[in-house]
Design a protein around this ligand. Structure first.
Ligand SMILES: [Zn+2]
Length: 880
């Protein structure tokens, strides 16, 4: 907490550390009323630093200093300065040993940064700057050291004591206490330090690496979760194998450990050899987890595991380089998920998130480049831009280089920088050196914020048999950045003839051997490409596979979109054509009279999708999802949220009415038979079945209601049970809905992850999540302000998904969110800062809403003792 104005930190101010730490020796004495941390740092002055005589400065936060000793001699109070957030020791020699003892109170740590207690266990979260809440240390990622950690605690309450590396020693102590010593042979930055102590159940497995080393795999969970570990363990083994096969990366320690924790600010953390997971991102069983949850677990387990190389062995020089590890690792986990399931479906999911949420971020007050130039609080920069856009940037390098050269580049990057803390520029340089490609203009993707807009127009000359495509790029202004330079954009495309076949793409002046799909390099503001030998007017299939994170503006006719929807050979663009058509139809109904006609060809197209069993059902399942309200709002200028909500609901009702027999048929065809499994066929079958159910209940269909009630009662898995519950909640069958919600809660009240789902289902729906009901949910016995998952599942879902309620005309939703943010800011500023986000886009909305959103932000701003986290987001949103 602070009252003075937080400082901005600039990339340009980066200086190499004045001191290096070679070795860290830690001893933790854990007690119920606190913990004593003994730290011995072997340090020396950095030969690369210009500062050869300055005082030693270490970072700290919320520490009680007990003693300081230099080379074994205790220092008196006059020999050091304790500023609370800094410990300064002047006159230290060239090389020395500094011993510091601090006292901390993990049991009172509600920020969940550093060492804290959650459900009776001790655990840590040190990224980005949590280690300074444990002991005084140069808390920056470019100080890499070898750690030895001894943990001492009561043996009965904390039989399991874990840290990074390999366990080298253990034994009993007096008073029923015991200790374990861990040694990590790999130098690492302190943000990768981890400690866990608790009464946990251990699950074991093994993995044999490419070179034949046996790795001991261990999962630690609370005993009640014993049956929920298998999927994560299997996912881990698949990830380990995949990283060997695709990137040639082998695991390096003897043990790999995963711990599940209920109270966690993030999804999971890649601490060296000891990954700590939010329970909701690692625990799963058929009865408690949806298909989506299984997929997320596989992806997150892989993501954290892949960090062992992209993040841990090669880490970030400073936090401006966060995307170095996150963008690359998200790209890697997304490749992995594609390989494990359907590449097209994975692409659709990634792009949906990007276009709905990252584009919104890139167009709002917090817009920042993939490599930001400044920040106040680094916790605010764990954003979709750093992660998802960062992954898109790496993906474009992969597209430009091709898979073989990309692999050469990644090998060079890992070889060249193993054990180092480096920059995004070092990554790009390795890719350039390995491939011989010039990526100098491409680097602008790291430096310029904002989503490029590509205006595309075309012209067909029947006589000359030529088709020309003109593309102009424009990158909107963002806070602090104007008049941007054109970026290097890989633009994949195909042209379809009237039979739906891909045409040869012969550029003027080329030979006859033409491909039917190609990637154009856009490097100028404007380009015109002329294709020759084009025998008929083609339908363009633009930006195939979403080859760059850009908006494409081209005036497709509905005719063309319907054609692409059923013919495009690129599955992604087939889905996208359906989305564009649905968006167009919904937009045309926003504010239109209630009896305005709805495009009849839309229902016909969906009917065809539902009836053609030869189609990839996973793709059909995705195509049956109408664009979300959030996406429709993102596409609109001064969106009228209520009108968008009504228009979308109208289209949904219209489609459900028109397709009723087809939906019932689809439901029956994808009925459950046999055992539950997670193959793409089974997952898409359940998705289609539950979409059909949801649509039927949207029009309060009696037969649909009976099916939903039966499915709710008989389901043997959470996807179907929750699907039925969601459909009932979305229907007008009020008493069925209430009954189902009650039964669901009774059945799962002991399972926090399922209760989170139960909260979300209600909070996301206008019928069960109006403000009064939301206020009831946050006073429910199962709600817990100290648990980030619960907060997200009610307040986050209400403001982020239940848009008609959140944007209520009287501004009550905004005031409610402001109240909750102010309240949470006292206990957990990171979570509070993330919850503010929906208010930050107040300028996008019509003044009647925008002004009220702004007032809500000002109320938060005026709170005394605002955290740096919330301060930064609120002030940037209100500025300018
Ligand atoms: Zn990560």
């Amino acid at each position: 907490m602070r009252t003075s104005q937080p400082q901005t930190i600039y990339l340009n101010d980066y200086r190499v550390p004045a001191f290096l730490v070679d070795h860290v020796d830690l001893r933790f004495e854990l007690f119920e009323d606190g913990a004593r941390v003994h730290s011995v740092l072997s340090m020396r002055r950095n030969p690369d630093s210009g500062d050869r005589s300055g005082a030693l400065e270490l970072d700290g936060d919320s520490l009680r200093l007990e003693s300081v000793a230099l080379n074994g001699s205790p220092l008196s109070a006059g020999q050091y300065e304790d500023h609370g957030d800094r410990l300064v020791v002047a006159g230290v020699p060239e090389a020395f040993e500094l011993a510091v003892v601090t006292w901390i109170e993990p049991q009172n740590n509600t920020r969940l940064e550093g060492l804290y207690k959650s459900s009776g266990m001790f655990c840590t979260q040190c990224e980005a700057e949590g280690f300074r809440c444990i002991t005084y240390f140069p808390d920056r990622p470019d100080v890499m050291a070898r750690f030895r950690t001894r943990i001492e605690a009561d043996k009965t309450a904390y039989p399991i004591l874990l840290s990074n590396g390999n366990d080298t020693e253990q034994g009993d102590l007096a008073d029923g206490r015991h200790y374990v010593t861990w040694e990590d042979p790999f130098p690492k930055p302190c943000y990768l330090f981890a400690l866990v102590a608790g009464n946990l159940l251990e699950k074991r497995d093994t993995f044999t690496t490419l070179s034949g080393r046996a790795i001991d795999l261990r999962m630690y969970v609370e005993p009640r979760n014993a049956e929920k570990c298998d999927y994560a363990m299997d996912s881990l083994k698949r990830s380990m194998r995949w990283d060997e096969q695709v990137y040639g990366r082998e695991y390096d320690l003897d043990i790999f450990m995963i711990v599940a924790v209920d109270d966690f600010n993030m999804g999971a953390m890649e601490n060296k050899g000891l990954n700590i997971f939010n329970s909701s991102c690692v625990l799963a069983s058929q009865d408690t987890a949806t298909d989506l949850a299984f997929q997320r677990i596989e992806a997150i387990v892989a993501h954290e595991y892949f960090h062992n190389w992209s993040g841990n062995r090669v880490t970030c020089r400073d936090w401006f380089q966060l995307s170095l590890k996150e963008g690359f690792t998200v790209f890697r986990d997304s490749q992995f998920s594609s390989d494990m399931g359907s590449p097209t479906v994975k692409r659709i999911e990634d792009v949906t998130l990007l276009r709905t949420a990252q584009f919104a971020e890139d167009g709002g007050p917090m817009a920042h480049p993939v490599r930001p130039a400044s920040y106040m609080e680094i916790s605010n920069f764990y954003t979709l831009t750093i992660y998802e856009k960062g992954a898109e940037v790496v993906r474009m390098i992969h597209t430009l280089l091709g898979p073989e050269l990309f692999r050469k580049g990644s090998d060079l990057y890992f070889d060249r920088h193993d054990g180092q803390a480096v920059t995004t520029d070092d990554f790009v340089t390795a890719m350039e050196d390995a491939s011989g490609r010039d990526l100098s203009q491409f680097r602008l993707w790291y430096e310029q914020a904002g989503t490029p807009v590509l205006d595309v127009s075309d012209h067909y000359d029947a006589q000359g048999g030529t088709y020309s495509l003109s593309i102009t790029q424009n990158i909107p202004d963002t806070p602090g950045q104007k008049d941007k330079k054109p970026q290097h954009i890989p633009f994949a495309l195909g042209l379809l003839d009237s039979q739906g076949q891909d045409m040869a793409l012969n550029l003027a002046g080329e030979g006859d051997e033409a491909p039917t799909e190609r990637v154009l390099d856009l490097t100028e503001v404007s380009h015109t490409f002329e294709f020759t030998g084009v025998s008929e007017r083609p339908v363009p299939s633009l930006l195939r596979h979403f080859s760059a994170p850009v908006r494409v503006v081209y005036h497709w006719t509905r005719e063309q979109l319907l054609f692409l929807m059923s013919h495009d050979t690129d599955g992604f663009n087939r889905w996208d054509a359906g989305q564009r058509l649905a968006v167009d139809v919904i937009q045309s109904l926003v504010g239109a009279p209630v009896d305005a006609e709805i495009e009849p060809r839309l229902a016909a197209a969906y009917r065809q999708l539902l009836s053609d069993e030869s189609l990839d059902q996973a793709l059909v399942a995705k195509m049956m999802q109408l664009p979300s309200e959030a996406y429709l709002i993102e596409l609109a200028n001064s969106p009228d949220v209520q009108a968008i909500h009504r228009a979308r609901e109208r289209v949904l009702s219209h489609l459900a009415d028109a397709l009723r027999p087809d939906l019932l048929n689809c439901y029956q065809r994808h009925g459950t038979d046999g055992d539950y499994g997670l193959s793409p066929q089974e997952v898409s079958g359940r998705s289609l079945r539950n979409t059909a159910l949801a649509w039927l209940l949207h029009i309060d269909d009696k037969e649909g209601r009976d099916l939903a009630i039966r499915q709710f009662g008989e389901a043997d898995n959470m996807t179907d049970r929750l699907g039925a519950l969601r459909a009932l909640v979305n229907s007008g069958f009020v008493s069925d809905r209430e009954q189902a919600l009650e039964q669901f809660y009774q059945r799962y009240s002991e399972d926090p992850q399922v209760v989170e789902q139960w909260f979300s289902v209600q909070a996301s729906n206008p019928a069960t999540g109006n403000l009064e009901q939301i206020r009831r949910l946050v006073t429910h016995d199962a709600f817990d302000w100290k648990n980030p998952n619960k907060v997200r599942s009610v307040i986050g879902v209400f403001a982020g998904q239940n848009l008609a309620s959140f944007h209520a005309a009287d501004g009550s939703g905004y005031r409610f969110l402001a109240e909750q943010v102010s309240r949470l800011d006292n206990s957990n500023p990171q979570i509070a800062a993330r919850l503010v986000s929906p208010l930050t886009r107040w300028r996008k909305f019509a003044p009647v809403h925008g002004e009220q959103m702004k007032t809500a932000l000002e109320r938060i701003r005026d709170k005394t003792g605002l955290s740096r986290d919330v301060y930064e987001v609120v002030h940037k949103s209100l500025a300018g």
